[in-house]
Design a protein around this ligand. Structure first.
Ligand SMILES: [Zn+2]
Ligand SMILES: [Zn+2]
Length: 331
């Protein structure tokens, strides 16, 4: 499973970071999923190895501009690129009106089927390789997290055991996988005796803007990866003249540690934390780390992470043309 961060800035783009967008790919799949689509996400895609023609579904966490203003441009370009596969968009109430207005007013003929699904808190959806549940967050407008549970692998056959009986890979393997009893050398083989234990699917949360990470507590146990905003350090937040409803590094670290989250990737970074300021991103990292002892990354634009089935996460770096085959493991 691979996550590609296409935008990691909070509220507005900077020279280092674009606004929110994150791509998710499952193993051995020929499509990918987009979480949030801030302005200029399509430009970010041009610099990545991802192709719009393989984009299957878009999920929008909430209707603040930095999370969805990139939709009309992306939808329009998809038509011009002759990418005519169906696209689904899941978003909160209002997403339909926004798209009907922005696409409709320019009399855009998309040329492909656009499915728009407005969800509410608690809704669950089933996809090709995973299920997704919509969880409520605490923000200045309705905002949501997506709890993603990859399907367990349940049809792995015990080849070793079959070979030991002298049965080589054949159509018989398929019959057993499908749960059928099979006769071999006048012996009846029961399918359940030849199936391996199910391999559990990975669990992750991709959260939108949120001021109270602990609202996710019930879902953080057993979680393989949490992707959560971390807009401020505590000191910066305490000195804000007007408070915005976002998470501080201290609160995020405390919650992740309390719930023993295995891996944490923080994103949605306030523009004041940048290379040219005296507060670079290390300040955010160190504040989370003071509380949280698990594996932590602060996402940068174009970071690619691979989460394996043992909940180990690796940051990949792409050489040259950003083709997925040239990925090397960094950390
Ligand atoms: Zn935001
Ligand atoms: Zn927001």
């Amino acid at each position: 499973m691979k996550l590609t961060f296409l935008g990691t800035s909070a509220s507005k783009p900077t020279k280092e970071r674009n606004v929110s967008a994150l791509a998710l790919e499952f193993d051995q799949d020929n499509k990918w999923y987009l979480f949030d689509c801030g302005e200029a996400t399509q430009h970010q895609l041009l610099k990545s190895y991802l192709s719009v023609s393989k984009l299957n579904t878009i999920f929008i966490t909430h209707l603040h501009g930095d999370h969805y203003y990139g939709l009309p441009g992306l939808l329009s370009s998809k038509t011009l690129d002759d990418s005519l596969s169906t696209l689904s968009i899941y978003g909160p109430l209002g997403i339909k009106k926004f798209l009907q207005c922005s696409v409709g007013i320019s009399e855009e003929k998309l040329g492909y089927k656009l499915d728009i699904i407005e969800f509410k808190s608690g809704d669950e959806f089933k996809f090709d390789k995973f299920s997704l549940k919509v969880l409520p967050l605490v923000h200045s407008i309705e905002s949501f997290a997506f709890y993603i549970k990859e399907d367990d692998i349940t049809n792995k056959i015990n080849e070793e055991k079959l070979r030991a009986l002298g049965i080589k890979p054949s159509a018989l393997y398929g019959e057993l996988k499908r749960g059928k009893r099979v006769e071999f050398n006048s012996q009846i083989l029961e399918p359940k005796e030849f199936m391996l234990k199910p391999v559990p699917g990975r669990r992750l949360i991709i959260a939108g803007d949120n001021s109270q990470p602990e609202i996710l507590d019930d879902y953080l146990k057993e979680l393989d990866l949490l992707v959560h905003e971390c807009t401020y350090t505590q000191e910066v937040y305490d000195n804000l003249p007007v408070k915005f409803m976002h998470t501080t590094a201290k609160d995020l670290g405390s919650t992740a540690q309390k719930m023993r989250v295995k891996n944490l990737i923080a994103n949605h970074i306030n523009p004041r934390f940048n290379k040219n300021s005296d507060m670079d991103i290390d300040v955010v990292y160190n504040e989370i780390k003071q509380k949280y002892k698990g594996k932590l990354f602060i996402a940068n634009d174009f970071d690619v992470y691979e989460l394996n089935r043992n909940a180990l996460i690796k940051k990949l770096k792409h050489k040259g043309s950003l083709s997925s085959s040239s990925a090397i493991i960094l950390d």
